[in-house]
Ligand binder design. Sequence first.
Ligand code: FAD
Ligand code: NAI
Length: 468
Amino acid sequence: MKFDVVVIGSGPGGYVAAIRCAQLGFRTAIIERYPVLGGTCLNVGCIPSKALLDSSEHFHIAREKFTKHGIDISGLKLNLPQMIKRKGEVVLDNNKGVEFLMKKNKIEVLTGHGSFVNKNTIRVTTADGSTQELEADKVIIATGSKPIVPANFNYDKKRVITSTEALNIEKLPASMLVIGGGVIGLELGSVYARLGTEVHVVEYLDRIIPGMDSDCSRELMKSLKSLGMQFHLRHAVTEVTPSKNKVKVVAQSRDDEAKTMEWNVDYCLVAIGRRPYTDQLGLENVGIKTDAKGRIEVDAHLQTTVPGIYAIGDVIQGAMLAHKAEEEGVFVAETMAGEHPHINYNLIPGVVYTWPEVAGVGYTEEQLKEMGTPYKSGKFPFRALGRARASMDLDGMVKVLAHKETDEILGVHMVGARVADMIAEAVALMEFRASAEDVARMSHAHPTYTEAMKEAALAATGNRPLHL
Ligand code: FAD
Ligand code: NAI
């Protein structure tokens, strides 16, 4: 079979690239090694984790807040197998959605492992070992990533687990230790903490979500501590030993080597980052180069070291985010069609779906300091919002960072209810290079959480918040 474009991998990068290629008139095929489409994001990432985050938050609210709202319930009981089942149904619905989109766009779907025979020939090997070869004018590699698990962490998928297994626990654990205070550790850690598990987080650095603005780290840690999660910062895990029903974890303080901590927990969730996935892809057969971290090297057009072969998403440099992969999928398709697309990487928002949520876009305050950019900052706390009081979601704040002289917004960082959605306003404003004064003069509906954005902008421009 011969195609204009063959896409390897059907995650948000790959399937979106395939759709855009088809829209632009390319005869397109997509290869996926698993029998379901959608990649990490849809099957074991974004979607199932958000399904469990939503379910567990409902349970938590019912237990902790209903009485205060004047709703008396008795006999509240957790049905974890049902929660997991619903999560599976959500995933299945999305799988069907991607399948439909492939059909609608007349994209040929091939199930099997793709690998390069040469620059224009891709072999597809199915689970039963049979093979077929596809001819491709151009190829897009969108093979994604896998969790990093050091060998001495004794990953057994039973007691020592990654996010993939943590999405399928059917009996509520009494205790769980999470290695890594990043996005996965905090999202999945909070799912279990809300349901009643004792959750410990061991983080190597001196703050959680270290890639985000440090005010967000501080605010989120306060909220997660009040949920009962316990944090052990500046600790390095030295031993992870699973037994039949438990796992022993030892961590050493980075400030005093003689100080160690030890836990005997039901599960140890390893969440210390992900690595690009290029296993048995045959990159060496075509001479595609990777960097020291195993990421496929690409130029400004996302073309690899081999002309006509592009790479996108988690398998290349940059944030490992579904929406970043999607933007890159569209970018490559349009580039191949001779268009001149653009991605502003600085304006790709980052979101953590804990409760309160965390969201940020643009530069963090630490980055501005490091770059020596003169800036001003305005902050507004959620607890001063009428809407937050009404919903009992008082934790959080919005911070607007603007250039000291020009007033252009350089970064917006938020912790609070629904900030995952609110960050879109900041992205739009920054795409259009708005100033803090522009936002300060825009009407924001009352009462909404979005008023915090206007108030933070008022605070940044001459310290004039109206409700503080
Ligand atoms: P992937 O989604 O990893 O897809 C790659 C696909 O390629 C896979 O299906 C794989 O089987 C297939 N493949 C690999 N090699 C081959 C081969 N040789 N032949 C054929 N097929 C192959 N991001 C967000 O933006 N928001 C979130 O809320 C979010 N939550 C997450 C939660 C968890 C628990 C995890 C683990 C990740 C989360 N992410 C989230 C990150 C997000 O999932 C990734 O950034 C995104 O999936 C990357 O997309 P991709 O297309 O590059 O690769
Ligand atoms: P991460 O990079 O977000 O966090 C890893 C954390 O582990 C960091 O804080 C790091 O300092 C710490 N760490 C590293 N080695 C350690 C060690 N040996 N001991 C203790 N701590 C250690 O990685 P994570 O959480 O695994 O997520 C992987 C990727 O998936 C992320 O890049 C993220 O972008 C993506 N993702 C995105 C989500 C979202 O957008 N909401 C949700 C979940 C994942």
